[in-house]
Design a protein around this ligand. Structure first.
Ligand SMILES: Nc1ncnc2c1ncn2[C@@H]1O[C@H](COP(=O)(O)OP(=O)(O)OP(=O)(O)O)[C@@H](O)[C@H]1O
Length: 275
């Protein structure tokens, strides 16, 4: 699909991103000319073989590491540092939440750094916690909460910035299957309600097809965009009826097949890096 055929400027425009890491064994090329665009309000999932560079890609897009070549435009501006209107939620909530601070204080932390006045901080915390279904739970410490609640809190912290784009790196990998389903629906509903653009990395093919408006499939060794798939399923998703649609099965098989084919070169690449 030509992602440049948009009604307006893409909110994220990833242009020919390349990234190499220097290691003891030499230079490992991880990304090579990754190009895709995300329109405002879209939910785009990124999948690819394990170790193909998905996290590296998100970090480059979010301005957390510098690409070796290429660039990302966020709202038309080149990303050279983490943009204020772009939040990242990582997989490991147990490491991203500070255990000695309450959930409220955890959510407040980045707002303090950004020097928001106290009244605005309080309102943003209240609204972010409400958005993830944690109203009235702000006084709890992370260790008093289930894994799913902690990940909701980590999402609330990302939301408190009121970002235009939320980047999520395997956000549900560490929670049980039932919680995962609940969080998938929570994030889908929230992104629609808030009109937020989401870039979402997952290992889970069903999750990618269920949640995405598009699925960007990365190849491996080094990674580039193998396929950019338009998920032509009805907009309203439902865990049972959407997954029963024949089209869901076809899309799932297409993504699965692409990842299987991409796997072999990745193994070779990892071997080359470690050799
Ligand atoms: N800071 C670093 N220095 C050197 N190599 C790195 C660094 N970060 C990642 N790598 C290597 O880059 C490759 C891609 O890693 P990355 O975590 O981006 O992949 P991924 O697709 O997100 O992996 P996974 O599917 O396991 O989550 C791996 O071989 C990894 O070992």
């Amino acid at each position: 699909m030509d992602t440049q055929q948009t009604d307006g400027t893409p909110i994220l425009d990833v242009q020919e991103l390349g990234k190499s890491y220097d290691g003891a064994a030499g230079v490992a090329r991880i990304l090579d000319g990754v190009t895709f665009a995300v329109r405002p309000g879209e939910f785009v999932c990124v999948v690819g073989p394990s170790g193909s560079g998905k996290t590296t890609l998100l970090k480059c897009i979010a301005g957390l590491i510098a690409p070796t070549r290429g660039r990302t435009l966020f709202e038309g501006e080149e990303v050279t540092e983490p943009p204020a209107k772009l939040s990242v939620v990582f997989q490991d909530y147990s490491r991203s939440l500070l255990p000695w601070k309450t959930i409220e204080k955890n959510v407040e932390l980045p707002l303090r750094k950004q020097r928001f006045p106290a009244a605005e901080r309080a309102e943003r915390i209240r609204s972010a916690l409400a958005n993830v279904g944690l109203d009235g739970k702000g006084h709890l410490y992370p260790w008093e909460m289930s894994g799913g609640m902690q990940q909701r809190a980590a999402i609330a912290r990302g939301l408190a910035y009121e970002p235009d784009v939320l980047i999520m790196d395997e956000p549900f990998a560490a929670v049980d299957a039932q919680t995962r389903i609940e969080l998938e629906d929570l994030v889908l509903e929230m992104s629609r309600r808030l009109g937020m653009t989401v870039l979402f990395v997952t290992h889970d093919i069903d999750e990618a097809v269920y949640m995405g408006d598009r699925v960007v499939v990365l190849s491996g060794a080094p990674a580039k965009v193998e396929r950019d798939i338009d998920v032509d399923l009805p907009g309203e998703r439902d865990q049972v009826s959407t997954k029963q649609l024949p089209r869901f099965g076809q899309l799932r098989a297409e993504v699965f097949d692409l990842i299987q084919r991409a796997k072999r070169p990745v193994t070779q690449n990892v071997g080359a890096v470690r050799a």
